[in-house]
Structures are given as structure tokens and as C-alpha cells.
Design a protein. Structure first.
Length: 352
């Protein structure tokens, strides 16, 4: 049986790479013949390259070029099809099963790709068996109007699963049988990819986009806490002048190693939060309106709501909150239980 994964396979984003690599790798471990479908339409390509290279800041431009090179090298670890830009070309590949997901593939208001119905199964359903795994509507709120063609195509999928409460609530408006499963990064252990950690210890890691407005309060809190604890303050993935060290263009596996080896993690990203939990870190997640649907759901799932904070509630208790113990023994047991249920969904959907 030939299985295809349809997702954002080549985004210049650490979490996006981690999720597709994890899903493919775990399915291979389970004995499936899997390929990542290298599909991206022209609109998405143009918007992505504009976001990377349309800047007058030479330093940012050079960093983005270097990061693109690093990600293209990493993406060679994926077993991909030939690159295509039309739905008909995907249909012609004649997969027995196609998995749509994971990540924000159902966010039809995303600036890069907008509403692209292939990610809802349009024109694929009639030719092959298609189902979703851990799909997310991202920042689309549950009270927003869902386009009729989105509803129509999702309803035709052979099975539907999502990764967050908000996406589940949206689906339940028109479809009763939708499963909530874990992000693919919780299915795969990354042991081979992180086994050799050659990073000097004792640091607080920040992984996230620029802190703006009131959220800039966190900068001084991180600086003060690092000095108090005698830690280096390291930023990965993005450059921040206030960090002691910046590693902007590192390989995705090195990114994983930096999280795994950190004493503490502060992030405003979904996968920064996922890997903090996965690697049993003491961490804080800075609330982000764009990511609150998926991050909030993840933290509630594991009873970690206290790790989510915003500029209005941080000040004096930053040290106390980031240093608070987390009962990872029970969380790891819960992750393993959810992983088994999620894999059961995957296997049943692939073999029925």
C-alpha cells in the first residue's frame, strides 16, 4: 500500500519540519510505505518567497537565505515525491491512502496560502481514500463562518481527526464523528536525531518571534532571571539583540537539541511548547493571540494552564512560575496513553 502525506512539507519553520518528519518516521516504524507529497501551489510559493526575501534589511535577508539553505538540506531527510503545483498532478500519483495533516492546513485565512481546497480533500476524495490527521484551523475561531466548500469536502473524508479543542468545536458544527489526536511530534521519540548533544549546559532558551508591546516585559524578566541563576540567555530560530547568544540558522535537529538540553525554556510558539513538554522542561509559554487556540488546548490537555502567561500577570512571579516543579511522571503517562490512541486511529484509518 502506498501512503501519501499532504501537509506544508517545506516551510522554513522548525515546528513545521518537526511534525512532518515525525509523522513520516513513525509510520515507517509501523511498517507503512510513506511518501511526503511535495505539493505547493504557485500563490503559496510567491507569498512565501516574498515573506523571506522582500526586505531592505540586509542582515535579515542574509539570515533568511542561510536558513533556506539549512532547511532545504534538512528536508532531504524526507521521502518526498517530485515537486508539483497542481491538484491533477497529485491525483495522477495514484496513492492508495492520503493523510491530510498535520499543522494549520485548515487555516483558510492564513496569509501565505489562504483557502486552498486540496487540503480539505477536494478532487482527491473521488480518486483515493483520504483522511485527516491532527489537522488544525489555527487562529480561525469557533464562532466564525466556515465556507460551504470546506464543510462539503471535509464531510467526504473517510475519517477526520484534529489536534486542538477549537478545531474540534468547529468540526462538531457539521460533523459528529471527529477524533482529537496528538500532534505527530508526540508520536516519534527523535532519539537518533538528538542522541549526540554537544552543547554547553546551563542556559535559558528562548524560542519565539519578536516580543512587542506589553510583552516586552518578558525580555527584562528573562535577562534578570538568567543573571540570577548564572545562566546564558540563548535564542534559537530568531535573532534578538537582548540574548547573550543567537543561533538563527541552525539545523532542525540542532534546534531540538537546544530545547532538550536547556535548563529552562520560554517560548511563544506552539511547537516550542510541545517540545518543552516532550523533553520534560521547566518552561513558560507567552500568550499569543494568533496561537491561543492551539497552545491553550495543548496546555489544558496536560493540566499545565499555569505555564501560560501574559504581560498582565508576570512581573514579580516570573521566577516562581518558571521554577515551579512539573509532575512529568503523570504527564508522560498521559502522553503515552494519548499516543497509543492516536496511533490506533492512524492504523485503523490506513488499514480499513
Amino acid at each position: 500500500m502506498r501512503v501519501g502525506i499532504l501537509t506544508y512539507f517545506d516551510g522554513i519553520n522548525y515546528g513545521a519540519f518537526a511534525q512532518v518528519f515525525a509523522l513520516q518516521s513513525r509510520l515507517v516504524e509501523l511498517g507503512f510505505n510513506v511518501e511526503v507529497i511535495a505539493y505547493k501551489d504557485n500563490k503559496h510559493k510567491i507569498n512565501e518567497y516574498r515573506s523571506l526575501f522582500l526586505t531592505i534589511n540586509l542582515k535579515i535577508l542574509i539570515n533568511n537565505i542561510e536558513k533556506l539553505k539549512v532547511f532545504r538540506k534538512a528536508q532531504k531527510k524526507l521521502n518526498t515525491t517530485q515537486r508539483v503545483s497542481r491538484v491533477s498532478q497529485v491525483v495522477d500519483m495514484k496513492f492508495d491512502k492520503i493523510i491530510i495533516g498535520s499543522d494549520e492546513i485548515w487555516n483558510f485565512k492564513n496569509d501565505l496560502f489562504g483557502l486552498n481546497l486540496i487540503y480539505f480533500g477536494k478532487d482527491l476524495n473521488d480518486k483515493t481514500n483520504v483522511f485527516s490527521y491532527a489537522a488544525s484551523f489555527g487562529s480561525i475561531c469557533k464562532d466564525e463562518l466556515i465556507p460551504k466548500e470546506v464543510i462539503s469536502n471535509i464531510s467526504k473524508l473517510s475519517a477526520v481527526s484534529v489536534r486542538d479543542d477549537n478545531s474540534s468545536d468547529l468540526i462538531c458544527k457539521f460533523l459528529s464523528d471527529a477524533k482529537k489526536v496528538v500532534d505527530p511530534t508526540l508520536l516519534y521519540d527523535y532519539k537518533n536525531e538528538t542522541k549526540d548533544i554537544n552543547i554547553a549546559s546551563d542556559y535559558l532558551l528562548f524560542y519565539g518571534i519578536t516580543l512587542q508591546g506589553e510583552d516586552q516585559k518578558f525580555i527584562q524578566e528573562m535577562v534578570n532571571y538568567s543573571k540570577l541563576k548564572g545562566l546564558r540567555l540563548i535564542s534559537v530560530g530568531y535573532h534578538h539583540d537582548w540574548a547573550d547568544e543567537n543561533y538563527v540558522n541552525i539545523h532542525p535537529f540542532s534546534w531540538l537539541k537546544y530545547i532538550k538540553n536547556a535548563n529552562y525554556v520560554v517560548t511563544n510558539m506552539f511547537h516550542g511548547t510541545v517540545f518543552s513538554i516532550k523533553f520534560n522542561k521547566r518552561f513558560l509559554t507567552i500568550a499569543s493571540k494568533r496561537r491561543e487556540n492551539k497552545v491553550g488546548s495543548l496546555l489544558r490537555e496536560f493540566g499545565l494552564e499555569s505555564r501560560l502567561c501574559d504581560s498582565s500577570d508576570i512581573n514579580e512571579d516570573f521566577s516562581e512560575r518558571i521554577n515551579a516543579e512539573i509532575s512529568y511522571e503523570s504527564i508522560n503517562f498521559q502522553i503515552n496513553t494519548l499516543k497509543n490512541l492516536s496511533e490506533k486511529f492512524l492504523i485503523e484509518s490506513l488499514t480499513k
